[in-house]
Design a protein around this ligand. Sequence first.
Ligand SMILES: [Zn+2]
Length: 189
Amino acid sequence: MGVYGRVWESWRERAWGIMKWYWYVSRPNELFLDLDNQRAVLFALEKLERNNPDYLAVRDRYLYESGTPGHYHLIVRVYGSMPAMERAIWELYLGSDIRRQEYVMMRLQRGLDGLPLTSADFLITPEPYGFRKPDLECDCEGKHKEKRITDDCPVMQVLLEDQRSAVYFALKGTMKLQLGKLPPMKGKK
Ligand SMILES: [Zn+2]
């Protein structure tokens, strides 16, 4: 989506609370990568260039802006099909956002791999991508982050059932970093 498209969408979203989200649910021949900057894109593309096709039989690749400026979704289609956990591991290997992959893998481990109904691995975009038709749509009024949206989203209810607002990892408190000269490392003089 271009700059004007984004401005229009955000204006429309604010003015009327109307927003359309398109959902792609990964199929057995699709890897979905969430890449948060150009460096991550280049890292993935270079790894794919150097990939040995005996291990990953790449058929084609599609790159799109994810709807957040500077963020990208890379779709890698392979020949044949792969189990969901194997695809998640390949996505991690290719540098997809680690937080996303933690969630995909935990969801798979918790049983959300029952295609076509539940599914752990998906992409959400405000504009359809060209590689194929989206699987599902919703009109939630914002990004699928806040609990009030993830709880109510009809697509998440289908894909993630009672885990749609799940938090699998959490830290308590914050670490205060010491600045300036740091103390000697443990075990060193
Ligand atoms: Zn939704």
